[in-house]
Design a protein around this ligand. Structure first.
Ligand code: PHE
Length: 341
């Protein structure tokens, strides 16, 4: 009986393989793995030496059995070497990413953002609604001439209605010729002069009247003016526009009404009110058919075109909407008040 039996060689191969496998597992880095790999592939390495020893086996069957075992052990070791080297490569990449990465994030203490004043918010909502109804926005100067603020609006120098406006005049040019506009109606004339009919315009802006501030009045406030000039415009168009606006802006539960009134620049004239769901009427502004003299001042032929105009206060609407008790609060710039909305 030779000392080379299938059993003893198989056991030796298994032991050599286990030794190689645990050595692979224990390598600490790529270079020691490479050294180990060279060691295992050497001609006289334990596993390779079995190749020559195999010749000592007596039967072909024994040789084949040991040969297969040897091949299996060799390829198992080759796979383990490859796997281990991939592991090192991966952790090498991870370590490098870790080493070279930059933290580009920055901690910012969040800033408190401001918001528009409630009068600006109301103006923007009004503009949105009228743009939706097909209107365009126009603006005019806050410092006006007597011509645009009064004369062109059918209020000649002697007209008694002028005194109702509590005008603030500037000490500039001829006495009482330059003023802070008392309403946005002068922008009607400017639009008529620079646009061509059909005109569908709204004109928001700041206006001024000599008034002592109280809970419902300020010497500086805001109005929005509307002007429509086209062929065949009637009072029905005015009433319909006011009603559509009321529903679009305040909600479908609101309705509007017109009451006879007087303005020098419209004929006939009306005041318009809106009715809340609870039945209460709120006065909103003035309106009417544009007076023929006003069309003429604006360079428009009253025989060819007709139109209507309306104007109302924006501050009152913001006050109503946000349930502000005292309109003066809106202009004292107290952040505790402003931040509420
Ligand atoms: N301008 C008028 C006012 O300030 C309002 C108004 C505008 C009336 C347009 C009729 C037509 O009171």
């Amino acid at each position: 009986m030779s000392e080379y039996s299938v059993e003893s060689m198989s056991a030796a191969i298994e032991t050599a393989k286990e030794a190689a496998m645990s050595a692979i597992k224990n390598t600490a880095d790529l270079s020691s793995l490479r050294a180990l790999s060279a060691e295992l592939n050497k001609k006289d390495s334990p596993l390779n030496s079995f190749k020559s020893e195999m010749g000592n086996l007596s039967s072909v069957d024994d040789k084949r059995a040991v040969g297969q075992l040897l091949n299996a052990a060799t390829s198992e070791i080759a796979v383990a070497l490859e796997d281990r080297s991939i592991e090192f490569a991966d952790s090498e990449i991870a370590a490098r990413i870790e080493r070279e990465s930059l933290d580009l994030t920055e901690l910012l203490v969040s800033r408190r953002r401001g918001h528009s004043h409630i009068v600006t918010q109301a103006t923007q909502r009004l503009e949105d609604v009228f743009i939706g109804l097909g209107f365009q926005i126009a603006e005019g100067p806050e410092v006006e001439t007597d011509f645009y603020n009064f004369e062109a609006l059918n209020m000649p120098k002697s007209h008694p209605a002028r005194s109702e406006f509590d005008t603030m005049f500037l000490e500039y040019g001829e006495t009482n010729s330059i003023l802070l506009r008392t309403h946005t109606s002068p922008v009607q004339i400017r639009v008529m002069k620079s646009w061509k009919p059909p005109i569908y315009a709204i004109m928001p802006g700041r206006v001024f009247r000599r008034d002592t501030p109280d809970a419902t009045h300020m010497p500086v406030f805001h109005q929005i003016e509307g002007l429509v000039i086209d062929r065949g415009i009637t009072f029905a168009h005015l009433a319909g526009t006011i009603e559509s606006f009321t529903k679009a802006f305040f909600g479908s539960e609101f309705t509007s009404r017109l009451r006879p009134s007087f303005f020098p620049f419209t004929e006939p004239s009306a005041e318009f009110d809106i009715r809340r769901a609870d039945g209460e009427w709120i006065e909103l502004g003035g309106c009417g058919m544009v007076h023929p003299n006003v069309l003429t001042s604006g360079g428009i032929d009253p025989e060819e075109f007709s139109g209507f105009a309306f104007g109302f206060g924006i501050d009152r609407m913001a006050k109503e909407r946000h349930k502000v008790e005292d309109i003066r609060e809106m202009y004292t710039n107290d952040l505790r008040f402003l931040r509420q909305f």
